[in-house]
Design a protein around this ligand. Sequence first.
Ligand code: ZN
Length: 250
Amino acid sequence: MLAHQQQDGTVLRVFTDAYGGRSRPPYAPPGAPGQGLNLGSHVGDDPHAVAANRSLLAARVGVDASRLVFLNQVHGAEVVQVDGPCSGPAGDADGVVTTRPDLALAVLVADCTPVLLADPQAGVVGAAHAGRPGMLAGVVPATVAAMRDLGARDITAHVGPSVCGRCYEVPEQMQQDAAQRVPESAARTWSGTPAIDVATGVVSQLSALGVPVTWVPGCTVEQDRFFSYRRSGATGRFGGVVVRRERGSR
Ligand SMILES: [Zn+2]
């Protein structure tokens, strides 16, 4: 279920994988039918399976399922602030921040880069979803800025598994356009053709802002334990979740 978890004071950050849920293929990894942990409600999976998967995740991070916050991700740079449970997506946005405890912020991916941000001392957490457009639009710097507006000072970032630069082939013009805005994103594929490394672009943006990074290994295209749109087309979504627990709560 979890590819990575880290507790930092009162803040828990996790990245899920594709295993340990209730979804069936193509929303489950090869060899694990009926075990897929697809968290995406917009990809054609059985809604009951998605709800069950989200409940399993909520239990794992120690919140009620109603306190898992999702976005309607649109590949932009909008950031929303949430102050309580949401009955549906918290907004059309790719970044989300909160100062409230026991509210678990989730971003969903299947090749894009998930970023989990926190300043445990200030009690501010955030999450961002950065694909190529979001990285270029600056959704991660925008999420850091929103957190600093809320009083965050010592933010650290965890960057989750995503498609690596060697696996993200693009037309040369697209690579050059991206490199004009984020030079570090220029990459080459395993066969030497032009590529974009979105995660490296995000990490460079975080470094420029003075935000220390923990980069969690894993290429979604190369590793079956993650969902990959580029590898599979119809597929599920895994996610990153950050939650600050009220001291004394479970
Ligand atoms: Zn790769």
